[in-house]
Each structure stands twice: as C-alpha cells, then as structure tokens.
Design a protein around this ligand. Sequence first.
Ligand SMILES: *Cc1c(COP(=O)(O)O)cnc(C)c1O
Length: 412
Amino acid sequence: MPTPIALADPRVAELIAAETARQHDTLCLIPSENHVSPAVLAATGSVLTNKYSEGYPGRRYYQGNAVVDGIEELAASRARELFGVEHANVQPLSGAPANLAVYAAFLDPGDTVLGMALDAGGHLTHGWGVSVTGKWFRAVRYGVRRDTGTVDLDEVRALARRERPKLIWCGGTAIPRTIDFAGFAAIAEEVGAVLAADVAHIAGLIAGGAHPSPTGHVDVIATTTHKTLRGPRGAMLLTGEQHARAIDRAVFPGLQGGPHDHTTAAIAVALHEAAQPAFTTYAHAIVANAQALAAALAERGFDLVSGGTDNHLLLVDLTAKGVAGRPAAEALEQAGLVANSNAVPFDPRPPLDPSGLRLGTPAITTRGLRPEHMPELARWIDEAVTATGDTDTLDRVRGEVTELARAFPPPA
Ligand SMILES: *Cc1c(COP(=O)(O)O)cnc(C)c1O
C-alpha cells in the first residue's frame, strides 16, 4: 500500500524513504539526536497539527480547545511529576526559543548574563556573540580549566562577584561531566542572580536517574524534549510556583503565538515512556556505553577532554591523531558513523574547522547496542579518522557498520 505521502507527493515520499534508509543503515553518534518510539512519531503526525490554541488550558483565544486543554494539562502534569517541579510550561517551540523566554521572564535588554562559553561547551543562547542573547544582553562567560577540562566554580564565583549578573546559566552542549547544580546555586544565591539550568542534553539522564537533578537547586530548568529524553522536537520550562507566571507570560504572549499541539501530545507520550522502569535502564545504559566507548578510544590513543565521561557524550581532541575535526567527521560519515566536529577547550583552530569530535551514545543505546560493542565501534572510529581519503578502507568499514546497524534497527 503506498503511503498517503507517496500518493500525494512521490518526490517527498522518496526523500523520506531515503532518510529512513540512511537512519537504518548508519549509526548515529550525534549526542543531541535519538530515535523516537513509533508512538511519539505517530503523535507528531496526528490531526492535532490542525488546531490553533493560543493561550493556556482554560484560557484560550480560540474555541474548540477542550481536547487540546486535556492534552496540554496531561503533558504538563507528567513533566511536573517526572522532574519533581511545581510548574511546567510545555509550549516552547524548541530549545533556543525556550531559553529566550527565560531572558524575557527575568531580564531587560542590556542586563548582564553569565553563561558558559560556546567554545568551552556552552550553548549559543547562553550569551554567545552571534546569538541575540549576546547582542541584546551584556554577556560574560566562564570556561573550563585548561588542566582538567572541567568547569572551575572558583572562576565562576569570581566572575559572578565582579560582574553581578542578573541571570546565570549552567549546562551546555558539549559537557562530558556531571554538572554541579548545588555549586552553581550557592554562587547564584551569593550574588542574587536567577539561576537557570539548561539540561537539554541530559534531561533523559536526569529523568532516568543517571545524572543528578537540578530540581531544588535552580530557579528554572530549561530543556529540549528531543535529545536524551527521546521525545519530539520541542522544549519545556520547569519552575517553582513563584516563577510560573513570569515564565508563562514570557512564552505566550511574550515570544510565541500558537503552541504546536501535535508536539505537545508527543511530549506527553515521551514523558509517559520516560516514567517507565525501562527508561531508567535506558538512561543508565547510555552512560555505560559512553564510558565503554571512552575507555576503548583512550586505549587507542584518543585524547578525551576531561579524560572521559560521566554522561552520554565524549569530546575527543584529535590533535594527537594528526587530523582535524571536520575531515574526521566527513570520513566517519563515509564509513557510516554520523558524528559532528566540535571545538575543544582552548582550540587553536577556527570554529568551522575545529580540532575535536563530539560523540554520543543516546541513539545507539536506543537501538540496543551494549558496552561489548564499543571496542569494535572504537576500532571503526580509529580506522575511519586515520583513513581520510582512503576510499577502500572507508568502504570496508562502512560495510561492517551497516551490518551491525541492520542487526540493531531503530524502534519501528
Ligand atoms: C540543543 C540545545 C539547545 C537548543 O535547542 P534547539 O531545539 O536546537 O533550539 C539549547 N541549549 C542546549 C544546552 C542544547 O544542547
């Protein structure tokens, strides 16, 4: 039976089929990606995409929202329960707009924000110069220690005392180590700043008990729903009652129009899945795989920023391997291993051609790969990054990767 897309638009159907085949036949090592369940996928493709529901449950600007109210209330209550918070806003369209809502809730343009530098592992929206958050606010940045590759809370404290930020961000996109939420909270309290934890990458680990929770330590938790949490592309803002109104008003009408109700439904499904015992197993398996991959790569002479990982991701400095991040990522892709090049702390190379690779295990763990597969994966990575331009080697590795990938298909 041809799908409705194939009947209506064969060209798009072909492209979607090609993407499905790509995802099946390669292994995704991008730490911010995952494979959602068929239930999450079905919710995102539901008739909820037809509805407009500006406002919040019980306070909408359009009629016909009784069902949508139920869906949004369900998603929010599941989020509150899973993360142990008093208030959840599930409307942010994605991580970057969610973070912008945090600024809108607490800051005026020109106010000072302290965030982790992008090139040390932070996110663009934590005040980097090319982001509006770095243009409209006065951004100051902390990094990591050169000797340990980890955040130095003494540096953060000194910066906070000197710069008096109104908002402090902890969390980021390339942090292989546990975030000390209590440590940041002490600093925020000392300088009277709002503390926001951006746990986009690790939300699933937190939900599954494989990373400490920021709940009780921070004013706002911002997270995407599509990374380790394994939901649809979306985001949530979690707070205590005292900040609920400010956050809600910042999201709507401050920044957004109508929420994406199909996404809200899929977030509800993903949160239900994340509350099951199997998800706790999954979260711990992500970390076990990452640590096994780190050990296997270290054995092959790879230099890992901070020496290893506590979570789902590894940051690899390729300098010692004599190859830059971008050609390495391209060679990996030819070999069926999809990853991304990434700056490493104190990177001497430019951002578009950095020295590192960022690798993660959320997607391959969803497919069922286990620690015993990691030495083979490390061998393929080693062979590929040291064989840039050697088509024979890359083709051979790709054959081996595809065989394993087909034995561990994504959920369907
Ligand atoms: C992915 C990510 C974001 C942005 O999410 P988008 O959905 O891509 O807008 C924000 N913060 C952190 C830490 C992230 O990892």
